[in-house]
Design a protein around this ligand. Structure first.
Ligand code: ZN
Length: 419
């Protein structure tokens, strides 16, 4: 069996034929070159209007990288023709196996984009004998195609979050769809202004916007006003994830203050290395954390009291009835207010002023509308992306990476899956 037979089976090129094939180079740096030529009497297609026209001339041969075979780099060698089109004049032809002036075949781009979901872009590039930029362009093409062919359908529950990217105050606003069976990243916008979130509703369109039942986000004023205007049927709910962040911040602040106070008194540094044992969820505590906590419990520390109160609050999210949840909330707030822990009392004030949004979350969950930890799950994944994708300084690259990893975008039909 020849290579040509396999290629014709897995990736046939309409209007073109595979010609000579050569194995070149030395062991360790081998490459396969495959000549591609147009089928006889098959006229080139004008890139301007997509109509077949007469051949004008032929451009120099181009090397187009293809999917490697057994770790050997593969190249198609093809000389583009120019057409003499009636409506467009002299134009370069358009061919099915490569896009525009790229040096990479479409099939190889899809192959790279598919691997870039599992591996980092850098790893993908090294493994398949290409460079980072090529992988980025491949992913970008996949995202552009996917976004253009995306069918949004009905959107019931959305979650809005923000991601800081790179140094400086640069933000991306991300919108997730949280409906059961369709959990995905829906949209990414730059900054976090009223205009940003209006951009999302513009993209979604008025019909789908009016179908949104619930919006899950943090306490962000400009956002609340836009939602009220553009998705008037939606209930606004406060996400557990954002409350947990506020509680963690408060716990950490109490700990830091206490460290300073103890140091000023000249007491031994009891709280040294205690950050994570105080902040980690009880179920995630390591053995070391538990030993440290046992140690801390001997002292009457404000940090420990704060931590206990903070984890006590988690019970709130488990309620099924908004009435009982409301009672729990009020009780908890009273306890905290008596505790004289100022940073936590500040959180209490926020919770009390948004009591309605918190209870709305309980009602929505009881109606089966929202999964606990959905926004948190997405946020974690997105952060892993930002960390893994070093060199993602530009927001454009970041957007592409996020859509690719979390967007569940449709993919074009392929005759053969190489991955
Ligand atoms: Zn034309």
């Amino acid at each position: 069996m020849r290579l040509k037979t396999i290629l014709n089976r897995i990736d046939p090129l309409e209007g073109f034929v595979f010609d000579e094939m050569r194995l070149l180079g030395r062991p360790g740096d081998l490459r396969i070159e495959i000549d591609v030529r147009p089928r006889e009497r098959c006229k080139p297609v004008c890139s301007g209007c997509g109509v077949r026209a007469g051949c004008y001339d032929t451009l120099p041969t181009r090397r187009l990288q293809y999917v490697p075979l057994w770790g050997i780099a593969v190249f198609f060698l093809y000389a583009m023709r120019r057409v003499c089109c009636r409506s467009c004049g002299i134009k370069v032809e358009t061919v099915p196996f490569v896009e525009g002036k790229k040096h990479v075949c479409r099939t190889f781009e899809r192959f790279l984009a598919a691997w870039a979901k599992t591996l980092s872009w850098k790893q993908t590039a090294t493994l398949f004998r290409t460079n980072w930029r090529t992988v980025f362009r491949a992913v970008q093409s996949a995202v552009t195609w996917g976004r253009a062919h995306l069918v949004v359908g009905d959107v019931g529950v959305i979650g809005v979050d923000e991601l800081s990217c790179g140094r400086g105050q640069k933000y991306l606003t991300v919108v997730y769809q949280l409906d059961a069976g369709a959990r995905r990243l829906l949209w990414v916008g730059r900054d976090r202004t009223k205009a940003t979130i209006s951009g999302f509703f513009d993209w979604l369109g008025p019909t789908a916007s009016s179908g949104i039942r619930a919006v899950c986000s943090d306490l962000w004023k400009p956002f609340l006003t836009v939602v009220a205007k553009r998705a008037s049927a939606a209930v606004h709910v406060l996400d557990p994830f954002h409350i947990a962040m506020k509680l963690s911040e408060a716990t950490d602040k109490v700990r830091r203050e206490e460290v300073h106070r103890l140091r000023a008194k000249g007491q031994e540094p009891i709280l040294k290395d205690s950050r994570w044992c105080l902040l980690r969820r009880p179920k995630n505590r390591t053995k070391k954390d538990k030993i440290k906590l046992q140690d801390l419990l001997q002292y009457n520390l404000r940090s420990v009291r704060c931590m206990l109160l903070r984890w006590q609050f988690d019970a709130f999210w488990k309620y099924r009835s908004a009435t009982w949840a409301g009672r729990f909330l009020d009780d908890w707030c009273r306890t905290v207010n008596r505790s004289r822990i100022e940073p936590l009392k500040k959180v209490v004030r926020t919770l009390q002023s948004h009591r309605g949004y918190l209870l709305a979350w309980i009602r929505l969950k009881a109606a089966g509308g929202i999964p606990t930890g959905a926004v948190e799950g997405f946020n974690n994944k997105a952060r892993v992306m930002t960390r893994r994708a070093y060199g993602f300084r530009s927001r454009e690259i970041m957007e592409v990476a996020l859509y690719h990893a979390l967007g569940k975008l449709p993919e074009p039909f392929v005759t053969h899956r190489f991955w």
